[in-house]
Write a protein that binds this ligand. Structure first.
Ligand code: AVJ
Length: 323
């Protein structure tokens, strides 16, 4: 978004009110990542069913040299800006190699969870004493403004983990456009996309046997209880995931196991749930190469290169600004 016409940021309370008043009810997955949610997501990344993280890790590990060269990372000083850094495990592989090549860069992880950011900083300072690191804790959109005014150094922006999958098509385009608006000719955007594959493989990734994904979803109700004075009884909601091949997306829901009323003090309001009524929680879009090309074209980029894992489950796509 151009900084001159920034829309007013809605608050957690506004969004919960809006979502639970809608028909069908929904909550926004962007609120999953409080400190507890960030911890649960790190558990998800270790699950046998959740292939995404390992596929991206394989790309980073097996193609480090190719990525370094596609980034032109040896040429001039740059800022390596990671949106939604989490625990930075995958990025560590790149950083290690970049440092060994004596690349001149500052690593700038951006994440909403302060706890995750502190852990990341501590870990990276120990692991990479020579790394220049500047933590930015907050919402991507808040941080975008700061990026524009940054020093004139080249920017390489990382948006990994198929985080883009949580956006609907129009949202993805407007997000990439807003990144494009703060980028210069030689800057690059490196994006992780989970690819289409056997729907059964995808579905399992969002419906794991240990119930960690269920806990991750339910944690948002816990967060509403804690931060907004809600009285959700977590026992009365169950996690349900689907994959819809026609829209190429997984969706998750919390289903009310019975007719019930939930009170949320901060909203001074109660919400009625019918038995088996769903709350739509999250969409995880899966892509093909045409979709990745189209997203680039529509938001002012061209695809410079794709990096695939050995099973073609996943791609990291390098976007270059079109002038
Ligand atoms: C962090 C958005 C990539 O959609 O795969 C994992 C979040 N949700 N399991 C995804 C998530 C349930 C994840 N992203």
């Amino acid at each position: 978004m151009p900084s001159s016409s920034k829309p007013k940021q809605s608050t957690f309370a506004d969004d919960v009110l809006n979502g639970l008043s809608a028909m069908p009810k929904f909550l926004s997955s962007k609120y999953f990542y409080d400190d507890e949610g960030s911890r649960l997501f790190q558990e998800i990344m270790k699950l046998p069913e959740y292939y995404l993280t390992r596929a991206e890790f394989e790309i980073f590990s097996e193609q480090t040299r190719e990525i370094f060269s596609a980034f032109n990372a040896g040429d001039s000083a740059f800022d390596l800006i990671e949106l939604g850094a989490g625990d930075g495990t995958k990025t560590a592989v790149l950083i290690d190699y970049f440092l060994k090549q004596l690349a001149n860069f500052t690593y700038m992880p951006v994440d909403i969870s302060a706890e995750a950011q502190n852990a990341l900083a501590e870990n990276f300072r120990a692991k990479f004493p020579d790394l220049s690191i500047q933590i930015q804790t907050g919402d991507y959109f808040q941080i975008l403004g700061n990026l524009q005014s940054n020093n004139g150094r080249r920017k390489i922006i990382l948006f990994l983990g198929s985080n883009i999958g949580n956006f609907r098509q129009e949202q993805a385009v407007s997000f990439f456009k807003s990144l494009r608006a703060v980028m210069n000719e030689n800057d690059l955007l490196f994006i992780g996309f989970d690819l289409q594959k056997d729907p059964r493989v995808i579905l399992k990734a969002y419906d794991d046997a240990q119930g960690i994904t269920a806990a991750f979803n339910l944690n948002l109700l816990k967060r509403i209880n804690r931060e907004l004075g809600g009285n959700f009884d977590l026992e009365n909601f169950s996690h349900y995931a689907i994959y819809r091949p026609t829209e190429c997306a997984a969706r998750s829901f919390l289903i009310s196991r019975k007719e019930q009323t939930v009170r949320i003090e901060a909203l001074n309001k109660s919400f009625d749930f019918e038995a088996w009524e769903p709350i739509f929680m999250e969409i995880s879009q899966k892509y093909n190469l045409k979709m990745i090309e189209d997203l680039a074209t529509q938001s002012g980029f061209s695809v410079k290169q794709n990096f695939f894992d050995s099973r073609n489950y996943y791609t990291d796509s390098l976007y270059k600004p079109v002038l």
